[in-house]
Design a protein around this ligand. Structure first.
Ligand code: CTP
Ligand code: CA
Length: 222
């Protein structure tokens, strides 16, 4: 009954999210990736759809089903993720970067499977573009939300990332608290400061993140 009377906080809004790890080819059968499960990004995509938004979820390789009511676009590398994000961006009101985008990719992926030799080997890496920073620095930027998973000094790094990337809002957590699991301990950072939340299931946290971002968004039509 309460749900019936609760206004959908993101009705009429378009939200684009990234989630999961990226997968940077070394050769046709090998890659550099990371342990992001995609659970937080998928939970947030679900919460946005339930809040009435049109949702595009640009997803790296994860073992999760597409949430109901969400358009999922599958990508592998950071460059593919960036292209899919920019395709989905027109008319977006909100961009949320949840993906653990690889900071580097192999400069020259091998065309054929690399054969072993007894020697040490090196893989030369080149920096990937920062998708979130690029989106946030556009003149017509949507409302941008970042994530930061840190192993120490969470508050300082989180506030630093929020300011450097010019984000109105960032979600921070310690890697040991959240990565891979179903629960997390997070804090929200915005212009007004730090807002810690009690430890909870990612699905519950996703609803609180949506609530917070809906409060910060300008009223529809402005
Ligand atoms: N991000 C992104 N593209 C990248 C790297 C990061 O869009 N190439 C986004 C992430 O999705 C996240 C935010 O930027 O929302 C912060 O990512 P994080 O890895 O914590 O920060 P970095 O700026 O990459 O800094 P570092 O890894 O050195 O801590
Ligand atoms: Ca990074």
């Amino acid at each position: 009954v309460i749900a019936f009377f609760t206004p959908k906080r993101l009705a009429g809004r378009k939200v684009v999210l990234t989630a999961g790890p990226t997968f940077e080819a070394v050769d046709p059968v090998r890659a550099i990736t990371n342990t992001s499960s995609g659970k937080m990004g998928y939970a947030l995509a679900t919460a946005c759809a339930r809040a009435g938004a049109e949702v595009v979820l640009v997803s790296g390789p994860v073992a999760l089903a597409a949430p109901a009511g969400v358009l999922r676009v599958d990508v592998r590398s950071a460059l593919e993720m960036r292209a899919a994000v920019f395709d989905a961006l027109p008319a977006a009101d909100v961009f949320i970067g949840v993906a653990a985008v690889a900071d580097y990719r192999p400069l020259q992926p091998a065309e054929h499977k690399i054969k072993k030799s007894g020697d040490t080997m090196r893989i030369e890496l080149t920096p990937n573009p920062d998708i979130l920073a690029e989106v946030a620095s556009r003149p017509d930027a949507p409302f941008c939300v970042g994530f930061a998973a840190e192993s120490r000094d969470l508050d300082a790094y989180a506030e630093g990332k929020r300011k450097n990337k010019k984000l109105p809002m960032l979600v921070g957590n310690l890697v040991a608290d959240g990565m891979g699991g179903d629960d997390n301990t997070i804090a929200l950072y915005d212009e007004r400061g730090r807002h810690p939340l009690p430890r909870a299931a990612k699905s519950m946290l996703a609803q609180e993140i949506v609530e917070h971002l809906a409060n910060l968004l300008a009223p529809a039509g402005r």
